[in-house]
Ligand binder design. Sequence first.
Ligand SMILES: NC(=O)c1ccc[n+]([C@@H]2O[C@H](COP(=O)([O-])OP(=O)(O)OC[C@H]3O[C@@H](n4cnc5c(N)ncnc54)[C@H](OP(=O)(O)O)[C@@H]3O)[C@@H](O)[C@H]2O)c1
Length: 212
Amino acid sequence: MTTAIIGTGGIGSAIARRLASGGQTLRLASADNESARTLAAQIGRAALVADGDRDAVQGADAVVLALRFAVLKSVIAEIADLLTGKLVVVPSNPVGVDAQGNVSRLLPKGQSSGKVVAGWLPAGARLAMAFGSMSAGLFESSSNRSPEPAVLFYATDDDRAGEEVERLIRTAGFEPVKVGGVEQSGRLEVGGDLHDLVVSPAQARSLVGGSA
Ligand SMILES: NC(=O)c1ccc[n+]([C@@H]2O[C@H](COP(=O)([O-])OP(=O)(O)OC[C@H]3O[C@@H](n4cnc5c(N)ncnc54)[C@H](OP(=O)(O)O)[C@@H]3O)[C@@H](O)[C@H]2O)c1
């Protein structure tokens, strides 16, 4: 399978490394492609630098939008016609950081980022909110844990997206556990009760509360 990763910063590069080491072929794009080129050189043959965001999506089965929340809507608009029939994975947390380093939520309290992102996508795109529930360092250090794998939580309204994102999560070296529909994405993000947790599948199921 080929996965496009748009955004090769902190979390996009970590996702790319994990997916490539699990055998995925990648098409990478970033704002000016400099970071994408550096990352592709590190990864080697499994990663190709695309000629922009649209070229990254073309030829990919799934798309990871590893972008800051503030640019997500405009990038989705740029590639929208190419997303129909594809899995769209969004790790973005709806947070901004000011010049002093203070983090604040960009959406009103209680508003689900997953619902907001779903509203930006074209009909036929299959959304899963996933891969953004841990900081990049913790995500990389927790992959391929043994004897029990660590869990990566995800949220989706779409059964097929669930199957597809579960495959990607396993490829990245984690056990997938569904939290619920995209309205539950707040549990995964910074400030959510499941954010930055490294737990076993049994612990994860009990935390989710049987709603998956
Ligand atoms: N970093 C983490 O530990 C972490 C963990 C979980 C979730 N998240 C969430 O994931 C999202 C991304 O965070 P991050 O830390 O990875 O941010 P980041 O390091 O700033 O990376 C953002 C990436 O987006 C790219 N980009 C910006 N505009 C673009 C465009 N128009 N087309 C294509 N690429 C574009 C940038 O390209 P350039 O490289 O060319 O500038 C950069 O590679 C955020 O919402 C964050 O909350 C982050």
